[in-house]
Design a protein around this ligand. Sequence first.
Ligand SMILES: [Zn+2]
Ligand SMILES: [Zn+2]
Length: 332
Amino acid sequence: MKAMRLSKTQPIEQRPLELLDLPAPVPGPGEVRLRVEACGVCRTDLHIIEGDLPLPRLPLVPGHQIVGVVDQAGKGVTRFREGDRVGVSWLFSTCGRCTFCQRDQENLCDAARFTGYHMDGGYAEVIVAPEAFVYPLSAGFSASEAAPLLCAGVIGFRALRQSNIKPCGRLGLYGFGGSAHIAIQVAVHWGCEVYVFTRSEEHRALARRLGAHWTGRAEDDPPGRLDSAVIFAPVGRLVLEALRVLAKGGTIAIAGITMTPIPALDYSLLYQERTVRSVANSTRQDVLDLLKLASDIPIRTEVHTFPLDEANRALHLLKESRFRGAGVLRIS
Ligand SMILES: [Zn+2]
Ligand SMILES: [Zn+2]
């Protein structure tokens, strides 16, 4: 099988992913094998490739927003059969026993393994995954449209939940890439008034098209105070900007896996029961709920597709925010 593999972390400008022909994996007991149709590119892939995150193993095939068709089922598999169209997300497996797993916080599992991080991911023609962490996909989406739902979409959705936004509440979104352009569709569906803060005029135009009530830059004053905010851009200073316009009792959820340092803040910005929290990974239930909502609304993902061997270029453009919506590798 063809795969884009990382053997040494480097800046994406140096094209660290290498196109190789590797033996196709064989599904073990309880695992299914997928012929990958599409795999989204995510900022986390960029952090993995550039060495911003400690890597559990190398070489590694990245990619964790995977849509494919089951082409082989391992021993004991009961939920899927050959020909099923399915998705695989960032959460590859959990222990099922730790305190977090036992209290519906499997996203925080002490022994969680992640797709395209601990295990080879979807920048490849074939992958294997445990059937318990594979999701059926509705026929309403093409493979490329569905791929960004599996991480960008799910993280944005979990961040909305963690931001404590209520129906018809006033929500701020900071940064408007792959994740935010899906989150806004959920928030608009819930009747929220959404304000989008981003530097790019092109991203602001897309935000307005998707139902933003107001758009501007982080330094601008929106027409009203925010009940909740989600910060997608990995820029610590935005926490202060969001607190500056957050209503009393409001919550800020930070969706990224990394962020530049958050500057010292005056306690008065946080006082009046304002909350700042992070969002880490997502649970299987988050994925199932988002996929259901995506076909009910229906969510329309704006995707920019690339062939597998252009993964380096796709990630480079992502790093520079040079395309709207979500980047996707179209594999078969
Ligand atoms: Zn666990
Ligand atoms: Zn991701």
